[in-house]
Design a protein around this ligand. Structure first.
Ligand code: HDD
Length: 712
């Protein structure tokens, strides 16, 4: 593998980090004090078989460090994977924002991105049904900007005050610490059915968006409405979007469950391997702009984070691109210690009064204090801005800088007034001067009370196969709830979104959709609030469908980095193998040979071919497509291993592209493929181009209904 490709091309942040990287190559072992060590295997004892001496400072140093190696994992988003890269601007948007990254097209702004699941612990499976975090740290010339978003455009709750309740409901139940990394349990649905604001994000979590094929194949969203501020001090509302170059693709739930067993690091490995192989993941960056005077023209409130602005109402303007081109040197130092704060902002961008965002501005700084242990967490290499910092903050645990001088206060004359204040004309940050005339009041705006229109819009906008996946997901999730009241209450809520969907889910559960539920629908308002005002009103239909919400409308033009399993044994046809794999490789696909055993196998013309995976070590769910070349002896050997038959049937069931040539076709006759010979993604003795087209389609969902019956 060409590691040079992953060098991050002189990025200011990479250069900065280089100063902190330590290497062990060609070095001698020392203690932390630089003392050379000649034995790290045996403690100091009173005689060969005697007790260990307290004097043994080498033992104490080694063990003490080990004892304190762990830090608290993130309370949410504990499981994550990170990468370095850069952001480039296609065109200036100076009319909206004065931020350097939005006006200067010559810049390559370094970024560090961390993707995550939300509910699971640090060691949980990548394939949990969950929202994915999409946090981007931009190291800009004006200071660090963190855009801490998710792969879904809306959030579960409207006010930060409810975040601890949401998280306590979804996390493992506190008495038995079950289930890990799963929302399919009573406490979550108990909460969801009483706080109906959650239903929009919840139905997204039932969709395929919650089980991405790859972190490189999912969208990202800033979610909140933010402000862009131009050099005249004018404000526009904005929503931020990331659009993956490879399109938005997912696995099926059956695959997700199996991948969790076969390779629970599936997403982390996929991201790492793609970057190491030089297939750098890319996302285009887009903005939705709303003028100040249009703030109230929508049928929903722009400050409500459970609402999206349909792209058909306000198009996404693509203005830049992010490329991830370097893996971290050390997981803990970079990916674990990186601290994202929505409050890290730069001139040209500002907050709105979204009550969820406002609470986040407090929470993220606060959490770093217990997670990283010190207010100096910004001095950790990955968190340092690329610009020098000067202020009068001092001391604290693990101070890494040596601030010089007599003064640590402002104003001062002893240090010539330094660090002096920056003028606005020199690029200082100032908050947008929003006019406010209001009562101080603890309440929820009535404009936030429509909880069903957008989940319904989402469901209506999905294709048939996506709707089927949502239905199955609800049946699975509610089927795991032990409390029938909660199941029925949820069926009632789903019926408010879509009656037909609720009936299908009820059928799967063997229950009836209730006509009403006990108590107010929305109970998350407050004891003295007039709940009737907040009962979600009747669903509104302000847009029939939003095609942008459907994965059926994504990109299907590339097979780059797709994993293709090629099933071979001794005697496989090298001619078939070469023709197909060379065509696939040309398009950027990754070829993985799977054989009855590891090591190598011999082709029909006597060549040794390396085996990437022995069948016992692998599963079809880890690949996007499969190919069986000809070769009588090879096919006979494959037939002898029943797992190859399972491998093929399972790939077929998951609607993947399958190809075979010559005797390979005979082998497929022994599987359920024989019932699918007319399928467009089953390519028997065809040119590679047909197979390539089928892989680019990601899946042949037309096969889904019939393929579901395959017992695999
Ligand atoms: Fe959060 C982490 C995304 C609401 C409190 N959040 C965290 C991460 C992401 C998000 C991607 C992981 C960052 C990383 O990789 O280190 N969170 C969101 C989004 C939200 C949101 C998109 C709504 C739009 N979060 C939210 C609220 C609160 C928090 C309302 C609290 C009031 N989030 C946290 C936290 C975390 C966090 C507890 C845990 C670790 C961390 O911050 O650094 O403070």
């Amino acid at each position: 593998m060409d590691n040079k490709k992953t060098e991050n091309s002189g990025s200011k942040k990479t250069e900065d980090l280089k100063g902190f990287v330590t290497e062990t190559k060609d070095t001698t072992m020392t203690t932390n004090q630089g003392l050379k060590v000649n034995d790290t295997n045996n403690s100091l004892k009173s005689g060969e078989r005697g007790s260990t001496l307290l004097e043994d400072f080498l033992l104490r140093e080694k063990i003490t460090h080990f004892d304190h190696e762990r830090i608290p994992e993130r309370i949410v988003h504990a499981r994550g994977s990170g990468a370095h890269g850069y952001f480039e601007l296609y065109e200036s948007i100076a009319e909206f924002s004065k931020a350097g990254i939005f006006t200067d097209t010559s810049r390559k702004t370094p970024v560090f991105v961390r993707f995550s699941t939300v509910a699971g612990s640090k060691g949980s499976t990548d394939l949990a049904r969950d929202v994915r975090g999409f946090a981007v740290k931009f190291y800009t010339d004006e200071g660090t900007w963190d855009l801490v978003g998710n792969n879904m455009p809306i959030f579960f709750i409207q006010d930060a005050m409810k975040f601890p309740d949401l998280v306590h409901a979804v996390k493992p139940e506190p008495n038995k610490e079950i289930p890990q990394a799963a929302s399919a349990h009573d406490t979550f649905y108990d909460f969801v059915t009483h706080a109906t604001e959650t239903l929009h994000n919840q139905i997204w979590a039932m969709s395929d968006r919650a089980i991405p094929r790859s972190l490189r194949m999912m969208e990202g969203f800033g979610i909140h409405t933010y402000r862009l501020i131009n050099d005249k001090g004018e404000s526009h509302f904005v929503k931020f979007h990331w659009k993956p170059k490879l399109g938005v693709h997912s696995v099926t739930w059956d695959e997700a469950v199996k991948i969790s067993g076969a390779d629970s690091d599936f997403h982390r490995r996929d991201l790492w391997d793609a970057i190491e192989a030089g297939h750098f993941p890319e996302w285009e960056f887009g903005i939705q702009i709303v003028a100040e005077e249009d703030e109230h023209k929508f049928e929903f409130d722009l400050l409500d984070p459970t609402k999206l602005i349909p792209e058909e109402m306000v198009p996404v303007k693509i203005i830049g691109k992010m490329t991830l081109n370097k893996n971290p040197e050390n997981f803990f130092a970079e990916t674990e210690q990186v601290a994202f704060l929505p409050g890290h902002i730069i001139p040209g961008i500002d907050f709105t009064n979204d009550p969820l965002l406002q609470g986040r501005l407090f929470s993220y700084r606060d959490t770093q204090l217990s997670r990283l242990g010190s207010p100096n967490f910004h001095q950790i290499p990955i968190n340092r801005p690329i610009m020098p910092t000067h202020n009068n903050q001092r001391d604290g645990h693990m101070q890494m800088d040596i601030p010089k001088g007599q003064t640590a206060y402002f104003p001062n004359s002893l240090s010539g007034g330094c660090p002096h204040l920056s003028k606005m004309s020199e690029g200082a940050f100032t908050s947008y001067e929003e006019r406010i005339d209001a009562r101080k009041i603890r309440t929820r705006s009535e404009s936030f009370s429509d909880h069903f229109s957008q989940p319904a819009l989402f469901y209506r906008s999905l294709s048939d196969w996506e709707q089927k996946h949502v239905t199955d997901a609800y049946i699975f999730e509610l089927g795991k709830c032990l409390n029938q009241n909660i199941q029925e209450r949820m069926l009632y809520m789903i019926a408010q979104i879509d009656e037909d969907l609720s009936q299908k889910v009820a059928k799967g559960l063997g229950l009836k959709v209730p006509k009403s539920v006990d108590g107010p629908v929305n109970q998350a308002i407050g004891a003295d609030a007039d709940v009737s005002k907040h009962q979600p009103p009747k669903k509104k239909i302000y847009l029939d469908k939003s095609p942008a919400l459907s994965q059926a409308k994504t990109k299907f033009d590339s097979i780059e980095t797709r994993q293709i399993a090629v099933l071979i044994a001794d005697g496989f046809s090298m001619k078939d193998f070469k023709k197909m794999t060379e065509a696939l490789k040309k398009e950027g696909a990754m070829i993985k040979t799977v054989a009855p055993h590891g090591g190598t196998v011999k082709s029909d013309d006597g060549q040794e071919q390396k085996v990437d995976a022995a069948i016992i070590t692998t599963e079809s769910v880890l690949y996007d497509a499969l190919y069986v070349p000809g070769g009588k002896a090879s096919v006979n050997a494959l037939k002898k291993e029943s797992k190859f038959i399972k491998f093929i049937n399972e790939a077929l069931k998951h609607c993947k592209a399958i190809a075979a040539d010559h005797e390979g076709v005979d082998f497929l006759e022994a599987t359920y493929v024989s019932d699918f010979k007319d399928d467009v993604a089953v390519c028997l003795n065809t040119e590679p181009s047909k197979f390539i087209k089928a892989i680019a389609q990601h899946r042949n969902w037309d096969r889904m209904k019939k393929a579901e019956k395959i017992p695999a």
